[in-house]
Design a protein around this ligand. Structure first.
Ligand code: HEC
Ligand code: HEC
Length: 90
């Protein structure tokens, strides 16, 4: 490859910087989380006490499955690992 001139190097660095700033701006502008957190109520409070997410999730579908008392909405995204999306805010 041909040796790059000083000017070219400066240009490459400027382009690189602009791309980095662009990515940062993009990330900071990402919409804020809208998925509902695990509610704080009598039903769900016990799940805050269970340390392991995986363990806490075992019972969710006993109420939140089709035909149960609080089925998931029709268009619900893939439902493995409830608590990764429905965060347990303290
Ligand atoms: C004993 C039944 C039962 C269990 C077990 C249960 N839920 Fe629920 N859940 C409900 C009911 C009923 C509602 C709707 C009324 C309410 O908000 O409390 C609900 C509402 C929700 C909502 C909606 C809150 C909102 O803002 O609209 C989320 C999210 C949720 N549950 C997640 C979970 C997760 C995750 C688990 C497992 C860790 C779980 N639930 C276990 C009965 C249950
Ligand atoms: C990949 C992320 C993800 C996972 C995993 C997930 N959910 Fe959801 N859930 C969502 C989104 C997004 C919505 C729709 C929220 C909206 O439309 O405002 C939703 C909606 C719900 C609702 C309806 C009430 C509401 O807040 O709109 C309940 C109840 C619920 N989820 C429970 C569960 C349970 C129980 C599990 C595990 C079996 C689970 N979710 C797993 C992302 C997820």
């Amino acid at each position: 490859m041909q040796k790059k001139s000083r000017k070219q190097l400066v240009l490459i660095n400027v382009i690189f910087t602009v791309i980095c700033v662009g990515i940062l701006v993009f990330l900071f502008k990402a919409p804020k989380e809208t998925t509902s957190p695990l509610p704080h109520d009598d039903i769900h409070n016990p799940f805050f006490a269970i340390e392991s997410k995986k363990e806490a999730e075992q019972s969710c579908l006993s109420c939140h499955d089709q035909g149960k008392e609080a089925p998931l909405p029709e268009n619900h995204p893939p439902k493995y690992r409830c608590l990764f999306c429905h965060k347990r805010n303290r």
